[in-house]
Ligand binder design. Structure first.
Ligand SMILES: Nc1ncnc2c1ncn2[C@@H]1O[C@H](COP(=O)(O)OP(=O)(O)OP(=O)(O)O)[C@@H](O)[C@H]1O
Ligand SMILES: [Mg+2]
Length: 328
């Protein structure tokens, strides 16, 4: 059923409180869609990555095949590629590109102050987030070219919400820069007399770079807030704190214009395996009723507590079966 809910989407974010099963559900979704023939890119945005542990092989900053048709149902043409975004490496690449650009565009006397400025930027709050966001935008673009679906396994909620709110902020930050640029360009042109000088060429290049960045983030914003393309799956366990956090996340996402496609109550206790678990089950039910009252319209799906850890393709495929059309 969860798999049905996301069939038409091109981008799915899987989020929720720490430890509730985000990575397991994200990977199972990816595998389930691949088994149905989709080419899927599974991307971890969590700095504490664990796609590698889950799939039992090292996953890095470039897409790597995690499962292919041979691993899946006979005849399936789909596959899963995985990648773990490395914010450090992204920041380094970004800064060295900017440094190169500055050396080209700025007069010699500005090189040293510019280098100092970049060194500060490396440490500045927001640099990592903006780097991760850039990579998310890139993964979405890669998804448009080469995949049917991109599944993001995200970091615990707070971090992810800040990220999703960022395109707005980064866009307006770029707008401000552009506006300043526009003013100074006009001013410069008025002083120098029109056009042709080396300086106005530099201005034009800087402007092009800023515009490219602005377009990239506003495009990401468009895709993320288009419910036909993008859905957010919130994973939770039916306990006090994860439920409270789910309500909060639901409201924030809705406020940001992001569609919450489904809620997944993971690790549900069985009602028929002894008194302790039956009592837990009743307790969980009460929490879920409360969640239902606050969030009435989003599909809520149960995933049972499984006997073993979810590690390796076989366990993931078994979990994916629970998310398929036949589960509730
Ligand atoms: N339905 C389930 N039944 C049993 N165990 C499960 C189930 N779902 C997940 N697990 C186990 O719970 C643990 C946490 O799962 P997972 O790593 O997917 O959570 P997470 O939300 O991604 O955690 P983090 O916030 O640390 O990234 C893992 O050991 C996983 O194998
Ligand atoms: Mg995880």
């Amino acid at each position: 059923m969860l798999l049905d809910l996301i069939t038409s989407r091109r981008v799915v974010f899987v989020g929720g409180k720490g430890g509730v099963g985000k990575t397991s559900i994200a990977a199972a979704l990816a595998l389930g869609r691949a088994a149905a023939g989709a080419r899927v890119l599974l991307v971890s945005t969590d700095p504490a990555h664990n796609l590698g542990h889950l799939w039992d092989r090292p996953v890095g900053d470039e897409p790597l095949r995690l499962a292919d048709p041979g691993d899946l149902a006979a005849g399936a043409a789909g596959y899963v590629d995985g990648l773990e975004i490395d914010p450090e490496r992204t920041v380094e690449q970004h800064l060295s590109a900017v440094a190169g650009m500055m050396r080209r565009l700025l007069p010699e006397r500005m090189h040293a102050p510019a280098a100092r400025h970049l060194e500060l930027a490396r440490q500045a709050p927001g640099t990592h987030e903006s780097a991760v966001l850039e990579r998310i935008a890139e993964a979405v673009e890669l998804g448009e070219e080469a995949y049917d679906l991109v599944v993001f396994d995200t970091a615990p909620s707070g971090h992810t919400l800040r990220l999703l709110a960022l395109p707005e902020q980064l866009t307006s930050w770029t707008e401000t820069l552009l506006a300043n640029r526009d003013r100074s360009e006009r001013f410069g042109a008025a002083v120098r007399g029109l056009g042709g000088s080396e300086e106005s060429d530099r201005d034009a290049e800087l402007r092009r770079i800023l515009v490219r960045r602005r377009n990239r983030f506003s495009r990401l914003r468009e895709v993320v807030t288009d419910r036909a393309q993008t859905g957010f799956v919130v994973v939770l366990t039916a306990e006090l704190l994860p439920i409270a956090e789910t309500m909060e996340v639901y409201e924030k996402l809705t406020g940001l214009g992001v569609d919450v496609a489904a809620l997944v109550a993971n690790r549900r206790s069985p009602a028929d395996a002894g008194e302790l678990l039956a009592r837990r089950r009743r307790q969980e039910d009460k929490h879920l009723v409360r969640l239902r009252q606050r969030v009435p319209d989003v599909p809520l799906l149960d995933v049972p507590l499984l006997p073993g850890d979810v590690v390796g393709t076989e366990a993931l495929a078994a979990l994916a079966d629970r998310l398929g059309p036949s589960s509730s």
